[in-house]
Design a protein around this ligand. Sequence first.
Ligand code: HEM
Length: 455
Amino acid sequence: GYSSQSSSSRSEKQAPLRLPPGPWQLPVIGSLHHLLLSRSRHGGDLPHRALRDLSRAHGSLMTLRLGSVPTLVVSSAEAAREVMKTQDAAFASRHQTPTLDAFSHGGRDILFSPYGDLWRRLRRLCVLELFTARRVQSLRRVREEEAARLIRSVADVCDVGDLMCRAMNDSVARSAVGSRCARRDEFLRELHRAASITGGFNLADLYPASWLVRRLSPALREAQLCDRNVRAIMAEIIREDRGEEDHLLAVLLRLQRDGDDDVDCPLTTEIITTVIMEIFAAGSETSSTTLEWAMSELVRNPRVMHKAQAEVREAFKGQHKLAEADMEKLTYLPMVIKETMRLHMPVPFLLPRVCRETCRVMGYDIPVGTKVLVNAWAIARDERYWEDPETFKPERFETSSVDFKGADFEYIPFGAGRRMCPGMALGLVNMELALAVFFTTSTGRLPRGRMNNLT
Ligand code: HEM
């Protein structure tokens, strides 16, 4: 198995590696059967739930083998702090899969790039150019216009949840590439498809070293096709860009045009395309599913709904337009969003890291190349850190200083450390404004909550 293989590759004199415990494994499929069994028990496709149950039996550092991929599952705040803070540098690379490789063109991107020069350059761009407080501020007009559009359309549709999703997507789209993308629906459909191809358990990703599996894999072919479609739409957007606006694509194209001082990692159009694509992917669905969950929690908790509504109506009393500046008056609404993300972690396992060098974590050895999943979903519902963890109670944040900025490891919806989400501030203002809009207009029509039956 995995354990004897990794210890035999070490020199004779060294003690064998002490791997974190885990459930028993089968030849070829490894630990997959545990996930499949749990899936049939829970009646849904919820690996974060299955892995929480397994970690209760095996511990907060747990070894699995998913197909041929050695995997470490991290399920406590203490272990997450070890991996994402104490030893952040050792875990600052992403785990690559063949399908992700198809979209990132060999890891030449921001979300999944290995820890190295290109990532460092793109990350610097994100932090210093794309997602600065000033930029978030300068995109305010986009959000306010989208909010106004949302108000007008809430009046004539009945699925508010669906509408919110569109509003989030439009807002991210306009921040990323300017005027709303003409082929938006098609584009989002393709991105959704990309997420399900790369996020699922397909043979190519489970057996990345097998040449035969790669050759025969429908997932890999589908990934390549989907990548081509997404890039064709992006190419159209770039062609049409007149460089007048302040959106993120314009910033990157300007940097490219104004001469590239970085000869080792030039900003090619291919890389710019990938980065913009990934900003869409990272910003749209995370924000829209959070809002959808917020709505369904509000429906289930009328007390919270009334309190949040009263606060918003008071803050915007007598105004005809929702101005973002007034959002600063709100204190309860941000807690509603915070609590929603605690219970419905938008990215339950964060984005998988990979161990770059064999290291020790809490007394166990983690071999180089191990894929690392941090079960942030399980940690945020753990009764060791949260009182009454399954209850939706925004007030818990009134007395608690726990925040999502990456320092409190019991609550890490945006991750932590070097690879933490750089789009947090933009995501938050987007979500807060859209939810406020809902309260100023809501006429008692409630969202259908596509996902109500999931957890
Ligand atoms: C509710 C909203 C959002 C959530 C919950 C979220 C969550 C995350 C998480 C968990 C990660 C991985 C962190 C880690 O490995 O420690 C991440 C990375 C990232 N996010 Fe977000 N995100 C959100 C919104 C956004 C938005 C709006 C943008 C951009 C417009 C964005 C851009 C990115 C990028 C570029 C990365 C990759 C960073 C890197 O690998 O260095 N995110 N996000």
